[in-house]
Design a protein. Structure first.
Length: 189
């Protein structure tokens, strides 16, 4: 099987939330530096993977090949609203089958949420890019992955064999950073 590289991307508030209680990303969690970093990463990815409520909404979004996790199909189906998208129900088809249907044998797969989708790949990420906005709080918000807020996302990533690299500053005025969390031991697919 050719190699696929799996990378996660999320920006979180100080309390580990990726959205408010209405599952909407508020403007307070949007920063130009993070958006630039995120968009460039997705432009390099061979496949975008997300749940039905997640979407990056950028100029190149319609051009990107994607898998959308959903229960509205039994296994795999074309997305009637996007010719570059495949609907995938993990209960009816494997990840390998979904990638094959999307035409991806090798390359980088960017996982962009939501929480359950991030959780599905915790043991498979090669790198998880965790952006943090330390001055934003979203009380009652939507956590970035299973186990948050009982534990911070960093503890969950570490518990799944990922190690923090050096943080990069994305927005100095708001102290927004991105930290690559990389797999300590290469996984075997």
């Amino acid at each position: 099987m050719p190699a696929r590289r799996i990378e996660g991307y999320v920006i979180v508030s100080a309390d580990g939330m990726l959205a408010n209680a209405d599952r909407m990303m508020p403007d307070s969690l949007k920063f130009e530096g993070d958006q630039t970093f995120f968009n460039a990463a997705l432009d390099r990815a061979d496949l975008i993977l997300h749940g039905r409520y997640s979407y990056e909404g950028q100029p190149n979004s319609p051009k990107r090949k994607r898998l959308i996790l959903t229960s509205v199909t039994a296994a795999l189906a074309p997305d009637p609203s996007n010719p570059n998208a495949t609907l995938w129900n993990p209960a009816g088809a494997t990840f390998d089958q979904a990638c094959e249907r999307a035409g991806i044998e090798a390359g980088t797969i960017a996982v962009i949420g939501g929480p359950d989708v991030f959780g599905m790949f915790l043991d498979r990420y090669d790198t998880f890019w965790l952006s943090q906005a330390p001055h934003v709080r979203l009380p009652g918000g939507y956590p970035c992955m299973p186990g948050v807020p009982a534990r911070p996302p960093q503890a969950i990533l570490a518990a799944h064999g990922l190690e923090a690299g050096e943080a990069q500053i994305l927005d100095a005025a708001h102290e927004v950073t991105v930290t690559p969390w990389r797999r300590a031991v290469r996984r075997a697919d």
